[in-house]
Design a binder for this molecule. Structure first.
Ligand SMILES: [Zn+2]
Length: 524
């Protein structure tokens, strides 16, 4: 770890993260356990970061470059979409290759995909960056050892566009087969089972993540203009409540997390017991037909009161959730520190998953006031069309867990008040999606959250983010209205979302037309 620790020591950007690994960690943790405030991490001087004005990005899957050809693809996104920043996947284990009649239908460009996929890094890296980890063999063999940085970045830059590495770290089960030793860093759940998610407190996983930042920003210094890091994960309470982003298993209770709990004075045994009780409670709720179906509730005090009583009985439940979330913030802070040490002028930021806009519990933990100290930009997953079915799924999960005592129709008005929304009734969500007001509200909230920090806010514009065939689908008019709404709310730029490979060209063109119109009017 010498390589990266030196960097952190020099700049101290990620003091919070560095302290958890360094010699000071025990003292700091002890102070925290005693209620003593830890020193605030110094905020880096963001004045040196070169943020592009009128930022318009798009995410591009590795296979798209091979299927469509680099030049043709760049023609499409630059000419039709007015894109000036390419977010090219440099690490990906989620193929989701489209077929004509598949779950994600192939639009009017690209070619149908096959099923062969290994995943990994889509660039060559120097092994020196991975000397301190057992996770060092992850070069993707797909598409003829395609190197997206070496082959695509020069062409992107020749067009006056920027090339960002899009380092995508969701936990996909395929990683357990594709990466030697990955099983060693797996999170351990409340029942002692290994899961398919890596643990943020495992030193080998942390070194793997840090090595990627170094191998890209140092190894391709002349080709990569910025770094976008994404990982859609939650702690054990988030996974218990669920929704579209939960991973399997209530985690983590590996030896590193148990030790971290000990440093904080939190008993892992008590946390496990508490989570087992909640797991049993919500397991029972799924077979309880509840008041909506006219049958009596099984619990004398109902589900919410029993849930709350369990939290009171086992405060370790929330303490373990915080341990997970703190570790997640630490890792991101550490990666930012690493990136800014190598290239202080290059923007380094994060993808914020859409659960931030649905779950009041996750929203409390993600917390822009905290995140703003270690990023240059945030991309918000504010996909308003897909938000309809996605929100309906989340409300269903609330109904299956903490709000089992009422139906989604009954608690939705209260939920909208809590989240600050005025949207369609539950029964219509699949066919209406959410309005552009949702996009505006989330953009404004993020801007308010990072106020005074110069962090750039880039809402994601929904362009054919997949929904079921019977759900609302994106139209060019939807795209135009979303783009205008984002800038009306004060966004610093946008990310056309989710994936280029999913977008119909008429919708991409609608985005480009709206963007050119907006930028023409804002030129001074
Ligand atoms: Zn762990």
């Amino acid at each position: 770890m010498k390589h990266s620790n030196d960097r952190r020591d020099i700049l101290g950007f990620s003091l919070l993260g560095a302290l958890t690994q360094g010699a000071l960690s025990q003292n700091v943790s002890r102070l925290q356990a005693q209620g003593v405030q830890r020193p605030a991490a110094p905020v880096p001087d963001r004045a040196v970061t070169r943020n592009r004005r009128n930022f318009v990005a798009i995410q591009v899957k590795p296979f798209a470059w091979k299927d469509e050809g680099i030049d043709r693809l760049l023609d499409n996104i630059q000419n039709k979409g007015a894109v000036n920043t390419v977010w090219a996947y440099t690490y990906d284990y989620s193929e989701e290759h489209m077929t004509r009649n598949g779950t994600i239908p192939l639009p009017d460009h690209g070619i149908p995909g096959g099923s062969q996929f290994v995943g990994g890094a889509f660039y060559d890296y120097d092994p020196k960056y991975f000397q301190n980890t057992i996770l060092r063999d992850f070069r993707s063999p797909d598409y003829g050892n395609f190197n997206v940085i070496a082959e695509v970045a020069p062409k992107v830059k020749a067009r006056g566009m920027d090339f960002f590495a899009w380092d995508y770290n969701n936990a996909f089960p395929i990683m357990m087969q594709s990466i030697p030793n990955f099983i060693e860093v797996a999170e351990i759940d409340i029942y002692g089972r290994r899961t398919t998610s890596p643990c943020f407190n495992h030193p080998d996983y942390r070194a793997h993540l840090t090595g990627k930042v170094e191998s890209v920003l140092e190894g391709y210094a002349g080709l990569v203009d910025g770094f976008a890091w994404g990982c859609e994960r939650m702690g054990p309470l988030g996974n218990l409540i669920g929704g579209g982003w939960s991973t399997r298993g209530l985690c983590c209770f590996c030896r590193f997390c148990v030790a971290k709990g000990q440093e904080r004075g939190v008993s892992a045994d008590r946390a496990r017991m508490g989570y087992r009780k909640l797991d049993a409670l919500f397991g029972a709720s799924s077979t309880d037909q509840g008041p909506a179906q006219g049958s009596a509730q099984r619990l004398a005090d109902g589900y919410f009161v029993t849930f709350w009583r369990t939290l009171l009985e086992y405060p370790e439940i929330l303490a373990w959730e915080s341990l997970w979330t703190d570790s997640y913030h630490e890792v991101r802070s550490e990666l930012y520190g690493t990136g800014k040490t190598i290239a202080p002028e290059k923007p380094f930021g994060f993808h914020i998953m859409q659960n931030m806009t649905f779950s009041p519990f996750y929203r409390a933990e993600e917390d822009y006031a905290r995140t703003k100290d270690y990023c240059d930009f945030l991309k918000l997953a504010t996909y308003n069309n897909a938000a309809g079915p996605r929100l309906a799924t989340f409300l269903d999960r609330l109904h299956e867990t903490v709000f089992r005592d009422a139906t989604p129709e009954e608690f939705q008005p209260f939920f909208y008040d809590v989240m600050g929304y005025r949207e369609a009734p539950y029964a219509q969500l699949h066919t209406t999606g959410l309005s552009v007001e949702y996009l505006k509200e989330e953009t404004r909230r993020a801007l308010e959250g990072v106020r005074g920090s110069n962090v750039q806010i880039y809402p994601g514009i929904d362009i054919d983010v997949p929904t079921k065939r019977t759900d609302k689908r994106t139209t060019p008019d939807d795209v135009r209205r979303s783009v205008h709404a984002a800038f009306e709310a004060g966004a610093n730029g946008v990310v056309l979302s989710r994936e280029y490979v999913e977008m119909w060209l008429a919708n991409l063109t609608a985005a480009g037309d709206a963007l050119r119109e907006i930028f023409a009017n804002t030129k001074s």
